[in-house]
Design a protein around this ligand. Structure first.
Ligand SMILES: *Cc1c(COP(=O)(O)O)cnc(C)c1O
Length: 413
């Protein structure tokens, strides 16, 4: 065989594969990138040295604001949100660690699965019926065992349930001597989360959701208490790349662990900078107003939301697919005709529209709602498209008028 025998014929450049016009990404992630973030992602610099040190210092300082923590243990990881989940899990949980995992859906079950794989003795509290966990039921479970770690998700992207009583649950877990690990991949910077104030011991996030950065570079923060536990461990975590004490060498000691994903970290820097510039106060309000406007508009069209208001996540909206309509056909029509992409779901007959980062902009909402309603109708649904559009218009113009006043008010508190 010659060297060239495996040189493949028929490979085309990317622009032959990608659509002429990029799709508007309105699903459950990845989300559209601000121009600054995309530009930063195209740069390569040395992963060590003075320039990188300054970038890392700023990333950590901005991350502390976004996580709402003064902890010195902010770390990054080259990997998806799941790698940050695994990093939190494998550093805090080992063979025989008793763990209570609150499972609302697919992603919180992934945390329980990871805890089991590293040898934890995991008890699962399955929260059925697409609703949020209550402090009362978690307190009951905590009282029934001696757990060292509790894992929970803030926003369960898979079924669009939000654990709205996270703060109370974290307080109860801490009172039982449990460290609290929170997956905030889809929610961070879209809704309040106060790591120090709520006494959370590990907060996990990814790039491509709330932060509107690229997928593949993620952040997490450990509390001092969590860090003590990590340092007191007599064995080492099984995953060398995810070892927090080794990662600390790069993130806090200016030395080498592995070659950091420099372009992705530059992108994350810009994404965090845009959050700081907007302020969390204004960003939370923007997300809430956009999501609530879209929810009201979808209901005004005559469609049903999947989760009841008391458990509903704002960062990703789940919509029931009407009888006789194919969810896949709706998505295909939306991306083919309108160039807007949304998500299907994991085992539920719902469609999901994201409201994370750049997705929560009025112009994206109008385009998405129109594409969604029009595609639903083409696929056989009976609905009031103009009624929905009018409701969106009404909500957004109201909230834009009052938003400036509310931002000023909230900032003064
Ligand atoms: C998307 C998501 C994850 C997984 O993130 P990846 O980057 O796909 O690994 C975990 N948890 C939640 C809540 C998510 O929304």
């Amino acid at each position: 065989m010659t060297v060239e025998a495996l040189n493949p014929p028929g490979i085309v450049p990317l622009d032959h594969i990608l659509p002429d016009e990029p799709l508007l990404m309105m699903g459950a992630g990845p989300v559209p990138l601000p121009q600054r973030v995309a530009a930063a992602n195209s740069i390569v610099i040395n992963h060590l040295g003075e320039t990188m040190n300054r970038v890392i210092e700023q990333v950590k300082t901005m991350a502390r604001y976004v996580f709402q923590t003064r902890s010195g243990h902010v770390l990054g990881v080259a990997g998806p949100g799941s790698a940050a989940m695994e990093m939190a899990v494998c550093n805090l949980i080992g063979r025989g660690t008793p763990v209570l995992s609150v499972v609302n859906g697919y992603f919180s079950r992934r945390l329980a699965e990871m805890a089991t794989r590293v040898g934890g003795e995991v008890s699962v509290v399955a929260i059925d019926g697409n609703r949020c966990a209550t402090p009362e039921e978690i307190a009951r479970h905590l009282a029934g065992g001696r757990y060292e770690v509790l894992t929970i998700v803030q926003g369960e992207t898979s079924n669009t349930v939000c654990n709205k009583r996270l703060q109370e649950i974290a307080r109860i877990a801490r009172a039982h001597g449990c460290l609290v690990v929170v997956d905030a991949v889809c929610t961070l910077s879209t809704m309040p989360l106060d790591m120090d104030g709520w006494q959370i011991d590990a907060v996990i996030t990814g790039g491509q959701k709330g932060l509107s950065s690229i997928p593949g570079v993620s952040l997490l923060a450990f509390s001092d208490l969590a860090w003590e536990r990590i340092c007191a461990r007599s064995d080492v975590p099984a995953h060398w790349c995810l070892d927090a004490r080794l990662a600390d060498q790069f993130w806090n000691q200016k030395s080498y662990h592995y070659t950091a994903p420099v372009s992705g970290i530059l992108a994350l820097h810009e994404a965090l900078r845009l959050v700081c510039e907007e302020t969390l106060t204004a960003r939370f309000l923007r997300h809430r107003h956009c999501s609530e406007a879209l929810q009201a508009a979808i209901e005004a069209m005559g469609l049903d939301l999947f989760v009841s208001a008391d458990s509903r996540l704002n960062s990703v909206i789940g919509i029931r697919v009407p009888e006789g309509v194919s969810a896949d056909a709706v998505r295909t029509h939306m991306s083919g005709v309108h160039r807007v992409e949304i998500s299907g779901a994991f085992g539920h007959n719902i469609l999901r529209i994201g409201q994370m980062g750049e997705q929560s902009r009025a112009h994206n909402l109008f385009r998405t709602l129109h594409a969604f309603g029009s595609s639903m109708r083409s696929c056989g649904a009976v609905l009031d498209l103009p009624g929905g559009m009018a409701e969106l218009e009404r909500h957004l113009s109201e909230s834009t008028r009052s938003r400036a006043a509310r931002v000023a008010e909230a900032a003064a508190l």
